[in-house]
Design a protein around this ligand. Structure first.
Ligand code: NDP
Length: 391
């Protein structure tokens, strides 16, 4: 029986993973499930899947979790140390689907036990990509991408020589506000930015889709994971979200991955890799779809793409600055402190401000240094928000 753990089990990716696991009763031994605030879901899944341990990130919720698990035989634990301990328990396959920089330490802990890490937590690659890949090599662990774009690229590269790749084209839906007049973007509300046309995802990534910060993160992820140059990475708006990405080779061939917008495909591919298995996703009827559209993204509308290129050019731990600033700006937008268009301004101001810490950003990449950069960047971003909110 395969031993698996799901970090971020109560979220959108975690629940899609659990959906697949529940369809194969008896195939998996569930080691650990983790969540944060959604104790009822965490306890329900931990009991249904007979997990060894359920962990909430929030120590204040430990008693609630204990009560919900009472008599089930599932261990309850809480806090960041418990998350890392759960991720360190021997498992053959670990899903890394905690949202945000909080997912870094548990993901590294899983790699250190030499497991296969299914990586949805894109922040790990953006903040500490080089260190993550090095840790996997050192511990003979495997990382499989779960982001649909990177799963698509990974699948297009099976059996190929990376040196024959000319370019990688990442598709973007453009998010909820892609057809709004640019001058109206400043007025966009949280509800409007959350109305994603194609994908049903967690709140934060849906908002990041509307700003294209999600795509900016994916560009950086692509550079880190596939070790291509920034110049080889292109972004194209593809409103239908049916082509998940393309790889262009030196003979002019373009390999596209086409499928329905359902994360269970990419999760299932990582779960069954290196084989393929039946998955409960829609089969596309191309004749009924009829048409696929593409257009060049306007960087005036989506400055996040320009910022991603600046981050890659700067190198070092600038990715950690970018992610921390983006997360803080998003919190500011959700809290109503800044408007939609000011999220990119906040990130740009933070990148500028953090040049005063250039030595630290260029220092050796360790988890502690990444955490320090993250901390300083959040402070700088909060100052930028306070500055803007005051105007
Ligand atoms: P969700 O917001 O739906 O879920 C996040 C998960 O992380 C939940 O289990 C949540 O617990 C937990 N969590 C929240 N805060 C903390 C914390 N401080 N410490 C530990 N755990 C915490 O996110 P998604 O599932 O959408 O995304 C997860 C990751 O996958 C992100 O990095 C995202 O960018 C990436 N991703 C998501 C895709 C999608 O389709 N959703 C597609 C590709 C990548 P609780 O809910 O109990 O509070």
């Amino acid at each position: 029986m395969r031993r698996i753990s799901i970090l971020g089990a109560t979220g959108s990716i975690g629940q899609n993973t659990i959906d697949l696991i529940k369809r194969a009763p008896g195939a998996y031994h569930v080691v650990a499930l983790t969540g944060s605030e959604n104790i009822a879901q965490l306890a329900q899944d931990a009991m249904a899947l007979r997990a060894e341990v359920a962990v909430t990130a929030n120590p204040a919720r430990l008693e609630d979790l204990r009560t919900a698990l009472h008599g089930s035989g599932v261990e309850a634990a809480a806090g960041t140390t418990a998350l890392v301990e759960a991720a360190s328990r021997p498992a053959d396959w670990v899903m890394s689907a905690i949202v945000g920089a909080a997912g870094l330490a548990p993901g590294f802990a899983a790699l250190e036990q030499g497991t296969t890490l299914a990586l949805a937590n894109k922040e790990s690659l953006v903040c500490a990509g080089r260190l993550l890949l090095q840790t996997a090599r050192t511990h003979k662990a495997t990382i499989l991408p779960v982001d649909s774009e990177h799963s698509a690229i990974f699948q297009a590269l099976v059996g190929e020589d990376i040196s024959t790749v000319e370019r990688i084209i990442i598709t973007a839906s453009g998010g909820a506000l892609r057809d709004w007049p640019i001058e109206k973007l400043a007025e966009a509300t949280l509800e409007q930015a959350l109305a994603h046309p194609n994908w049903d995802m967690g709140q934060r990534i849906t908002l990041d889709s509307a700003t294209l910060f999600n795509k900016a993160m994916e560009v950086i992820e692509t550079r880190e994971f596939f070790n291509v140059t920034p110049e080889q990475i292109e972004v194209i708006i593809h409103p239908q979200s049916l082509i998940h990405s393309l790889v262009g080779f030196n003979d002019g061939a373009l390999m596209a991955h086409v499928g329905p917008p359902d994360m269970r495909h990419a999760i299932g591919y990582a779960l069954h890799h290196p084989t393929r298995a039946h998955l409960p996703v829609e089969r596309l009827d191309l004749a009924a779809i009829g048409q696929l559209d593409f257009r060049v993204p306007d960087e005036g509308r989506w400055p996040a793409l320009r910022l991603a290129r600046a981050v890659m050019a700067a190198g070092g731990m600038t990715g950690a600055v970018f992610n921390a600033a983006k997360e803080t700006a998003l919190d500011g937008f959700i809290a109503g402190q800044i408007g939609f268009a000011q999220m990119a301004d906040t990130v740009a101001a933070t990148l500028d401000d953090m040049t005063q810490h250039a030595c630290l950003i260029a220092d050796t990449m360790t988890l502690d240094n990444v955490a320090q950069v993250d901390h300083l960047a959040r402070q700088a971003a909060q100052a930028a928000i306070a500055n803007r909110a005051g105007h």
